[in-house]
Ligand binder design. Sequence first.
Ligand SMILES: [Fe+2]
Ligand SMILES: [Fe+2]
Length: 358
Amino acid sequence: MQAQTTIDSSDKASQKAVETTMLSPRFYTTDFDAMDRLDMSPLRKEWDAMLAEYEGDNNHDHFQRTPEFAQEVAERFSQVSPAMRQEFLEFLISSLTSEFSGCILYNEIFKNVENPDIKQLMRYMARDESRHASFINQSLKDFGLGIDLGDLKRTKAYTYFKPKYIFYATYLSEKIGYARYITIHRQLEKNPDKRFHPIFKWFERWCNDEFRHGESFALIMRANPHLLRGGNVYWIRFFLLAVYATMYVRDHTRPMLHHEMGLESTSYDFAVFRITNEITKQVFPVSLDLDNPAFREGLARLFHIQTQMDAAKAQGGVLGTLRRAGWAVAGLSTFVRLYFLPVQRHELPAQIRMAPAW
Ligand SMILES: [Fe+2]
Ligand SMILES: [Fe+2]
């Protein structure tokens, strides 16, 4: 599917980052007092070991461009088709928005809590996400499409989430972010001719930051086990499905990007889901059954519905609005059906921390 608006100026790139849709990354705010009350003492040893890793900061010199960077952009990226170029720019903008979303949220929590454990963690994670966002922004600036992050912070809408929803959603987005980056890295490591932009060379060490951010939320949830039991399991199922489905639909709107890397969107997404399912067993007592054919069919149907909704939106007028409403109902009922598919259940392991071994 083609990008709907051509991104050819900094203003359009910023508009894309600011817009709020079902699929675009959001900015969040939360209940800081509740964050302040979190008690990490049940996992003191693991927690302190993790903070020491952040303190060690093994990526402090990673997010700097090499002298060859610009040359590689000029030589290799200039060969991609205009449509592919647009998909890549959209990918950069949505990645930048989600990195910056983490940066803002972690920084706001840092500024608003007294709890020394949470304050320290948030400072480190905001540091990492700020590096990630700036690094992507440099690549947008190469095309004159740099986004004013201060402006984005002021103008984009914020969604309020209770702390527990922040934990489920952010834990998952950190871990799925790791799985996405490492899967791309492994593919391009095997097929260097498919590496059409030098930014991918940074993904391996980059995704270790995301992995560690996920570990931090895993410890927070395991130290507060009520978050992982009873009625909360229904919320975990909801967030698993919402995160997986959003990724699936979003990725399928950019098939060329994966094709250019020698990947195919559906198999790439399922490879990422499999890794994420393995990782999330450290904390979630349930995972989605990826081998259920109804799961695959439901995701494919959600993507179909999304393309129909986009077409109805482009059509406009009363008829377009009615068609869109009809497809929205179809989307909701497909989501509900997916939600009630049987899930896999497992015991939580005694050893919580995991290594990024994929
Ligand atoms: Fe990040
Ligand atoms: Fe992160």
